[in-house]
Write a protein that binds this ligand. Structure first.
Ligand SMILES: [Cu+2]
Length: 716
């Protein structure tokens, strides 16, 4: 059960202060770094856009690996243009964005534009397995779309496996020349919130999907504000680079001026309470929709959600904490996580600094937090959010969809799964839905059940989606291609249609489905396409908590898909499987399908999985965790580097021969064979099927029963 945090919060604040600054001289330090930290772009006010006419904006995003230390700990970050967070895309209402994405990763990728409707350009929505084949390594692909009438605060991120967690994400801001609040602030800032992991996401996903593992998600090692955070370097393992005095994000203000902060939660797992000590937050925008202003002390913000707030620099000159508090209860239940040694437990109050421009650099803020009497993990009360322009949701529903969200029993292999109406989503990465519909004339009716596809065709009609949550976790669900009216939300019971708010409901594109609760939304049918609707907790995405809405399929078939999109799906252009590793059984360890070695004994069964950072293991270039000792016992694990193949950082196997420069490089990437020998998981992992005489680890009935009992006790 979730418990109220107010009693323990003061303790966390104290711990935070000790943790971060015990080793520093308690000053705000400005200095050069041997390891680049993060791009300072977000700490400067936005340059105002003065043009009114729509323009074509050309942007290059070159994706590559860069060593960075956002929280002081140096790791390989998956970057765009070498920076983290990724470049700010700033445009005007009506502009066309022509974005050339060059994939210099060793893995395929896609980029999604979170909140952009992609009206008539569904194929640029960037969802692997749904709206495009991924961009192969070494290949450039141009996304080319207009933002239409949309204005407000958005972001962009990889939508392929869990790559965005490794750094592929940045803000996207659309200026409104007719902003109703234009005269009410002097400057604009963008501020992003991100949870941060020291292990790469493919490691974390593999651990999350480990057979027999039924506890909670990977949890972050730290949190960042606009790409900057602090880490307790005493927890970093030997041989790693870690700066305990990493600079926080500092936003400078002038007394008497007003600032619009555009706040974006770009996390994988974390919900935040955002606040600035002694400064009220006047909320004017929610997920791209202007609202009637409301004044708050503390703003709840879940993954994928955005707010604009006006902050007046009205206090005494000085330094004030900007706080992004991660309630631990929203991260996990108990301590049953894979990477339970995370330092987040000692520093869940992520901080930046609001600095008056005449304040001293020499002292840290002494400001005091607001009282926080809100419930963790819950959205901002829907009754407080009123669109600025009066709106009416569709009163007549033509298409009704009921969705039950479940983190259910593990599959037959013992892998934890999430379910939408009993089906865990499996992306068809080689032949995405849009290709089936537009290129092969296959109706979504014929899609396999695990495509989780729901169709509606009544142009000009309205969809109502009723979502139920059968588990005790909260799920921030994000809809692509639309925003929607939230006409009802409940924390227990079932929806009562007589109580729906049909007068002035909030419009958002990301809504948090409460634990054991329900949500009812409506929107107009006016955008042909394949639209993802998914929990934005990235670990739940990888577990299959995704469905796709097939909107006006026949109309979609009349549109013309650009040849460049189609070309991404040419045979041989994709590789979607990860390295297969057999299951040795040396009596002491179990090897997971992802290739992780788990000791059979340990402090407790659930805490026995070593973190890649724990000093006892080595992470291979392929992302495999191998114990540092006992190598002879692990001889059953083939070396990924067998002389004939190269293993990419993402764990893909590429033959050393046959690789060519440039575009054709992708043709050298094989699809490892065959359904007879291997099974592919939803996350793209290859699991060998048992062979006769193999040493597959057996999971006894007794063990299964034990897990089941424990699981019930934890009450997911
Ligand atoms: Cu979820």
């Amino acid at each position: 059960m979730k418990k109220h945090l107010s009693r323990v919060l003061p303790l966390y604040v104290l711990l935070l202060l000790f943790t971060i600054f015990a080793t520093s001289d308690a000053t705000i330090r400005r200095r050069d770094y041997t390891v680049p930290t993060v791009y300072p772009e977000l700490l400067k006010p936005l340059t105002p856009i003065t043009t009114k006419d729509p323009q074509d904006i050309y942007i290059n995003l070159v994706l590559s690996y860069t060593d960075l230390a956002p929280d002081g700990y140096t790791r390989k970050v998956w970057t765009a243009n070498g920076q983290y967070p990724g470049p700010l895309i700033h445009c005007n209402r009506g502009d066309r964005l022509i974005i050339n994405v060059t994939n210099n990763f060793e893995d395929p990728t896609t980029i999604h534009w979170h909140g952009i409707f992609q009206l008539g350009s569904n194929w640029y929505d960037g969802v692997g397995g749904q709206t495009q084949c991924a961009i192969p390594p070494g290949v450039s692909f141009i996304y080319n779309y207009t933002v239409g009438d949309q204005v407000g605060t958005y972001w962009w991120h990889s939508h392929y496996l869990a790559q965005y967690v490794d750094g592929i994400r940045g803000p996207l801001i659309i200026n409104n020349p007719d902003d109703p609040y234009l005269g009410q602030y002097d400057y604009e800032y963008v501020l992003t919130l991100e949870d941060w992991y020291h292990a790469e996401s493919h490691n974390l996903v593999a651990m999350r999907m480990t057979q027999g593992y039924e506890a909670f998600n990977p949890i972050p090692d730290s949190g960042l504000i606009s790409g900057r955070g602090q880490y307790d370097c005493s927890r970093a393992r030997n041989g790693t680079k870690c700066d305990p005095n990493n600079m926080p994000a500092i936003y400078t203000v002038t007394k008497g001026k007003k600032y619009r902060f555009r706040i974006i939660n770009m996390s994988a797992e974390a919900f935040y309470f955002f606040s600035i000590d002694q400064h009220k937050l006047k909320v004017i925008e929610v997920d791209g929709v202007d609202i009637k202003a409301i004044e708050l002390d503390v703003l709840p913000i879940h993954i994928g959600q955005r707010f604009s707030v006006i902050v007046e620099a009205s206090q005494d000159s000085g330094n004030y904490w900007i706080r992004a508090n991660i309630p631990i209860d929203c991260l996990m239940f108990g301590k049953y996580t894979i990477n339970n040694n995370s330092a987040i437990f000692n520093n869940n109050n992520i901080t930046g600094i609001l600095q008056y421009d005449d304040a001293s650099n020499d002292t840290l803020p002494k400001s005091v937090d607001w009282n926080r009497n809100l419930l963790p993990c819950h959205d901002l009360d829907i009754n407080l959010i009123k669109p600025y322009v009066d709106v009416s949701p569709p009163l007549k529903v033509t298409d009704q969809i009921n969705i039950t969200v479940d983190i259910g029993e593990p599959d037959e292999k013992g892998t934890a799964k999430a379910y939408i109406n009993g089906q865990s989503w499996v992306p068809d990465l080689k032949n995405p839905s849009i290709m089936k519909i537009m290129d092969q004339n296959i109706s979504a009716k014929e899609f396999p059940l695990n495509a989780n596809a729901y169709m509606y065709d009544n142009e000009g009609g309205a969809v109502e989606i009723v979502m139920y949550n059968t588990n005790q976790a909260d799920h921030p669900f994000h809809l692509h291609g639309h925003n929607f009216f939230i006409i009802g939300m409940g924390r227990d019971g079932i929806p009562d249609s007589s109580k729906y708010n049909l007068k002035d409901p909030p419009m958002r594109d990301t809504v948090t489905l409460p634990p054991n609760g329900w949500v009812v939304i409506r929107y107009m049918i006016n955008n042909p396409g394949v639209w993802a609707f998914h929990c934005h907790i990235e670990w739940h995405v990888e577990m299959g908590m995704v469905f796709q809405l097939i909107e006006m399929q026949s109309k979609l078939q009349t549109l013309k898909m650009p040849p460049s999109v189609k070309a991404l799906c040419q045979p041989g252009s994709q590789h979607t499987k990860r390295l297969a590793i057999p299951f040795p059984d040396d009596g002491e360890t179990t090897v997971t399908p992802g290739g992780y070695v788990i000791p059979k004994s340990g402090p407790t069964k659930r805490l026995a999985i070593p973190s890649p950072d724990d000093g006892a293991t080595t992470v291979t270039p392929g992302g495999y965790v191998i114990p540092k000792s006992g190598s002879t016992k692990r001889s059953a694990i083939p070396s990924p580097d067998d002389g004939e193949t190269t293993v990419t950082p993402g764990g893909y196997v590429i033959p050393k021969s046959g690789q060519k420069e440039g575009f054709t490089k992708r043709l050298a990437i094989p699809s490892p064979d065959d359904d007879n020998v291997t099974t592919v998981t939803p996350g793209g992992y290859v699991i060998p099927k048992p062979k006769e005489g193999s040493t597959k680890v057996k999971r006894t009935t007794e063990r299964n029963i034990k897990y089941t009992t424990k699981r019930n006790a934890w009450k997911w």
